[in-house]
Design a protein around this ligand. Structure first.
Ligand code: PLP
Length: 281
């Protein structure tokens, strides 16, 4: 029997730090066989996104079908989805294959959604009009959603900076869960919290189980480093890889969080801007 298979439906980062390039490296680091359906191509380097061109929604669907018809996918990750029509095409194609969310398709497809809207360098990766489609069409099909704090605030329509505490994170995750997502893994990297007298800071990530209405948190030391390009893609890809390997969602997010923390701790400079995290540490 071959290795577990994982499909990424995402955009290309020519700079190699984020997008499908980060996903495929992550899948390999977890001993999974990675496949990809490209949604868009970016002209990008460590300094930023300089151009974006989309792939037609029909071609995105065609890539997904070609992969699933032959290789299959034990889990799926979505990243940059480029536009409204692409989101609809992706969900339609997955529903045809795995069944509708209400008929168990969500549990069979095991889709991890990284709600990519804007790059760290400030470039829009999803038009504003498409955000509503992401909320209403994709989220109900997501097994796990992995927003960072700004993305979570944006998706529930809260003002930027509204989340100031772990309690706020929990309220926001619960609200996202009420949109149909089974599990919300809300990453606290944008809100390092002081710990103890010596000024050290920690990052708290929170997992919300929307069926049991239960929350668990993980705490790790905050690492203030420059080279964190692609951490969001890497985290979601690692969760998908662990799901493909048969882990439960709580086990998968714990392992993925540890993997990203080590990848950040051992990141290195490439180019003149924000370099990538180290996938093979
Ligand atoms: N480019 C692509 C193709 C992406 O998918 C993403 C994020 O998912 C980014 C750029 C942004 O990465 P970052 O915010 O880590 O710079």
């Amino acid at each position: 029997m071959g290795p577990p298979t994982v499909l990424t439906i995402a955009g290309s980062d020519s700079g190699g730090g984020a997008g499908i390039q980060a996903d495929l490296k992550t899948f390999a680091a977890f001993d999974c066989f990675g496949t990809s359906a490209l949604t868009a191509v970016t002209a990008q380097n460590t300094l930023g996104v300089h151009g974006v061109e989309g792939i037609s929604p029909a071609m995105v669907a065609h890539q997904i079908e070609a992969v699933l018809d032959d290789i299959g996918a034990d889990a799926i990750k979505t990243g940059m989805l480029f536009g409204e029509e692409t989101i609809r095409a992706v969900v339609h194609t997955l529903e045809k294959r795995f069944g509708k969310a209400a008929e168990g398709g969500r549990e069979r497809a095991k889709v991890v959604v990284d709600p990519v809207c804007v790059s760290t360098s400030g470039h829009s990766l999803l038009p504003l009009e498409a955000v509503d489609t992401l909320r209403t069409v994709l989220l109900p099909f997501a097994l796990v959603l992995t927003p960072n704090i700004p993305e979570a605030e944006f998706l529930v329509g809260w003002q930027k900076g509204s989340i100031k505490s772990i309690e706020d994170m929990q309220r926001c995750a619960a609200e996202l869960g009420s949109k149909g997502v089974r599990w919300v893994y809300l990453k606290g990297g944008h809100m390092p919290l002081p710990k103890g007298e010596d000024g050290t800071k920690v990052v708290v990530d929170l997992l919300w189980d929307s069926v049991e209405q239960k929350v668990t948190t993980e705490e790790r030391p905050f690492l203030d480093v420059l080279n964190t390009h692609g951490t969001g893609c890497t985290l979601a890809a690692a969760v998908a890889a662990e799901l493909a390997r048969g882990k439960t969602v709580p086990e998968a997010v714990l392992s993925a969080g540890n993997y990203v923390a080590s990848a950040i701790a051992s990141s290195y400079p490439v180019g003149r801007g924000a370099g990538p995290v180290n996938h093979f540490h």
